[in-house]
Write a protein that binds this ligand. Structure first.
Ligand SMILES: [Zn+2]
Length: 107
């Protein structure tokens, strides 16, 4: 089970023995705690930096309707979320190479 870090929201010190932060083990699907299990004062979950930087795979971005262009040269971008019918490289001066928006917003 994942372990989360919680922080008391109050600046005033709580005497529950778990101030200011504590760790709490809970299933990922559970709602975050809102109250300290010991003193019942309000707490908030601390978002760990590692959790924010979840790498999105290009295919996942594409499935969500995003287009990811990576610059390879002056005015030239590699289309990392290329859909069928799209060019691998997008050239600023060649509109026919631009991502096909109809494909990304069809639903
Ligand atoms: Zn507490």
């Amino acid at each position: 089970m994942p372990v989360y870090t919680y922080r008391h929201v109050d600046e005033k010190e709580a005497d529950c023995g778990h101030f200011p932060t504590f760790v709490w083990e809970q299933p990922a699907k559970d709602w975050p705690l809102t109250k300290c299990p010991w003193c019942e004062r309000p707490v908030e979950r601390v978002i760990e930096a590692a959790l924010i930087k979840v790498k999105k795979f290009d295919c996942e971005l594409r499935d969500k309707g995003f287009t990811k262009l990576v610059r390879v040269d002056e005015g030239v971008f590699e289309n990392r979320t290329r859909r069928s019918g799209e060019e691998k490289y997008v050239d600023r001066h060649r509109p026919e190479t631009f991502p096909i928006l109809e494909k990304t917003i069809e639903d």
